[in-house]
Design a protein around this ligand. Structure first.
Ligand SMILES: [Zn+2]
Ligand SMILES: [Zn+2]
Length: 105
C-alpha cells in the first residue's frame, strides 16, 4: 500500500514535470515560428482592361478609369460578375447591361 502510494506520487510528479517542460518548449517554438511570418500581403485588384493593380476597395481603375467592382449579380445564380460582363461567370446566364437603368415600360 505504502509502496504503491510512493510509486504513484513519484510517477505523478515526474509526469507533471515532463508535461510542463514539453508544453513550454512547444509554446516557445510556436511563438518563434509565428513571429517569423511578418507583414500581411496587401489585397490588390487587377484591372481587366489595362491590367493595372488597384486597391481591393477601389471601384474604378486609377490607371484607365474602368469600373472594377463586381457588382452585376446574375439573375439566375446570384454570382457577382464583372461590370462589363455580358454572361455570368458561373452559369452562363446572359447578364443585362447595368448602365441601361430600369427597363422602360
Ligand atoms: Zn485600368
Ligand atoms: Zn449565374
Amino acid at each position: 500500500m505504502k509502496d504503491t502510494f510512493n510509486y504513484v506520487a513519484d510517477g505523478t510528479q515526474g509526469g507533471v514535470k515532463t508535461v510542463a517542460s514539453a508544453a513550454g518548449q512547444g509554446l516557445a517554438e510556436g511563438m518563434r515560428s509565428a513571429g517569423g511570418a511578418g507583414g500581411e500581403g496587401k489585397v490588390l485588384v487587377r484591372c481587366h482592361k489595362c491590367t493595372g493593380e488597384n486597391d481591393a476597395s477601389a471601384k474604378f481603375c486609377d490607371q484607365c478609369g474602368a469600373a472594377l467592382a463586381k457588382a452585376r449579380p446574375c439573375v439566375n445564380c446570384g454570382e457577382l460578375n464583372d461590370p462589363d460582363a455580358r454572361f455570368c461567370d458561373h452559369c452562363g446566364q446572359a447578364v443585362p447591361p447595368a448602365d441601361r437603368g430600369p427597363t422602360r415600360r
